[in-house]
Design a protein around this ligand. Structure first.
Ligand SMILES: *[C@@H]1O[C@H](CO)[C@@H](O)[C@H](O)[C@H]1NC(C)=O
Ligand SMILES: *[C@@H]1O[C@H](CO)[C@@H](O)[C@H](O)[C@H]1NC(C)=O
Ligand SMILES: *[C@@H]1O[C@H](CO)[C@@H](O)[C@H](O)[C@H]1NC(C)=O
Ligand SMILES: *[C@@H]1O[C@H](CO)[C@@H](O)[C@H](O)[C@H]1NC(C)=O
Ligand SMILES: *[C@@H]1O[C@H](CO)[C@@H](O)[C@H](O)[C@H]1NC(C)=O
Ligand SMILES: *[C@@H]1O[C@H](CO)[C@@H](O)[C@H](O)[C@H]1NC(C)=O
Length: 420
């Protein structure tokens, strides 16, 4: 009696010590805690069998194993999250997820899936987040009008092999709020391809091969606040390129081939706070090109070929104002980019700047303008910028800046001086 009790004590103690506070039926390759079963980082080629996975499991982690297919069983009626990341899955069949009807989060990143047929996600009517990044997907029909995953909010297709987006690609996932299409090979986007995505807040299209946009590429995207198009091949922007996305707050066009910023390229972007245009080939910015950007806080134009910036570049006005007399324009110019806090124009070819260049930037706190051949500053260049705290001039050939330029600047905290 005493003996059995002792051995039970030992065995039970051992069980507790080796498994922590685990369910007694946890699969030997897995760790079980709460309603999570973690079988990641192993050598599994199939799902652990039924009797080893508690039926109450909510999170099942099978990432970093050697699975090549997705198994239908065991049925886990309360499963909310399934990770199959970093396995060797090459295809999804029409019944892969048939019995996963409660699933909300599915991670399939880092596999070798190349095709997503309409039936791939059968059963997943509750799915909210779907990760398909780092696969080799070339064609997708799973999110079109026959889509099963109608509740999807986040879709991650980063790092795949998509080459085009068509008008039917995303018609069946109208509740999406985040869509990541970065690091594909997309060169063609049909007009209005995203127009069903009325809730979309974030669209990542950076690192593709997009060469051209039209004024209808982003048509109908009334909720969009964040758009990345950096690292593409865009040479020019049409007039009103973003008129379909009037709520944009953040727009990244860095690392493209833009050479001219025309007057109407950014028309209608009254909510834009950040505009990134660095590392293009911009030679000129037409007057009033930033005229509608009344909430702009950060403008980065570094590493372009700008030579001349007129006061009008940074002033706010409209076509009717142009027809008015000069005095009027000057009054209004104070309101232009009155919210701009950061102006980055490093690495251009500016030679001369003056007070007129920065006129109206009453909130600007940081101006970076190093690495270009600016030879001298008129004394009053920065005098009308009451918030200017940081001035970056590193790499300009200036011999020195006179005290008269800097001493009247009440808010100035730092100046990075020219190197010589
Ligand atoms: C893709 O974008 C989504 C949406 O913002 C984000 O949650 C996700 O982390 C991104 N994926 C990668 C691989 O960076
Ligand atoms: C990307 O697409 C272009 C055609 O648009 C093709 O020539 C190129 O090989 C593709 N690159 C990759 C990495 O698939
Ligand atoms: C968009 O561009 C087309 C042709 O380039 C033009 O006919 C149309 O009026 C433009 N739409 C808007 C809203 O500017
Ligand atoms: C801009 O943002 C404000 C709130 O900050 C919002 O009320 C407005 O509808 C937004 N859109 C446009 C186009 O101004
Ligand atoms: C810049 O201004 C100079 C002198 O006014 C002029 O010769 C040059 O053509 C201008 N450059 C551009 C790109 O407008
Ligand atoms: C640039 O500044 C120099 C020296 O102040 C002046 O002689 C020249 O005319 C200026 N060039 C332009 C285009 O304003």
């Amino acid at each position: 009696m005493a003996r059995t009790r002792t051995s039970c004590l030992l065995v039970c103690l051992l069980a507790v010590l080796t498994r922590g506070v685990t369910a007694l039926d946890c699969a030997p390759q897995c760790r079980c805690y709460g309603t999570t079963v973690d079988c990641s980082h192993g050598a599994l080629t199939g799902f652990p069998t039924n009797q080893h996975i508690p039926t109450s499991t909510e999170v099942l982690l099978l990432n970093d194993n050697q699975l090549s297919v997705v198994f239908r069983y065991p049925e886990l009626p309360t499963l909310l999250e399934l990770s199959l990341e970093d396995n060797s899955i090459t295809a999804l069949s029409k019944d892969s997820f048939l019995y996963r009807t409660s699933l909300q989060i599915l991670r399939l990143g880092g596999n070798a899936i190349s095709n997503l047929p309409a039936s791939a996600f059968n059963g997943l009517s509750q799915l909210v987040r779907l990760y398909l990044n780092r696969n080799t997907i070339t064609t997708i029909t799973a999110f079109g009008s026959n889509s099963v995953v109608k509740r999807l909010k986040m879709l991650d297709l980063q790092d795949n092999k998509l080459t085009s987006i068509g008008i039917g690609t995303f018609t069946g996932v109208s509740l999406l709020t985040e869509l990541n299409l970065s690091s594909n090979n997309i060169s063609a986007i049909e007009d209005r391809s995203f127009s069903h995505l009325k809730e979309l807040l974030v669209l990542y299209l950076h690192s593709n091969h997009i060469g051209m946009l039209t004024n209808a590429t982003f048509m109908g995207m009334s909720a969009l606040t964040r758009l990345t198009l950096s690292n593409n091949k865009i040479q020019s922007l049409p007039d009103m390129a973003f008129i379909g996305a009037p709520n944009l707050g953040f727009l990244d066009l860095s690392l493209n081939d833009l050479s001219t910023i025309t007057q109407k390229a950014f028309s209608g972007l009254y909510n834009l706070t950040t505009l990134l245009l660095g590392n293009n080939k911009i030679i000129s910015i037409e007057d009033w090109a930033f005229g509608d950007l009344v909430k702009l806080q950060s403008l980065v134009l570094r590493n372009n070929f700008l030579q001349n910036m007129s006061a009008a570049t940074f002033t706010f006005t409209s076509a009717e104002l142009l027809a008015n007399d000069i005095a009027n324009v000057e009054d209004f110019s104070f309101e232009n980019l009155a919210n701009l806090k950061v102006l980055g124009i490093y690495e251009n070819r500016l030679t001369n700047v003056s007070a007129a260049t920065f006129k109206g930037l009453v909130s600007v706190e940081h101006i970076g303008m190093g690495n270009q051949p600016i030879g001298s500053f008129p004394d009053d260049t920065f005098w009308h910028l009451p918030k200017l705290a940081h001035l970056g001039l590193l790499g300009n050939p200036l011999v020195s800046i006179s005290d008269a330029v800097l001493s009247p600047l009440q808010s100035l905290k730092s100046v990075s001086n020219p190197e010589n």
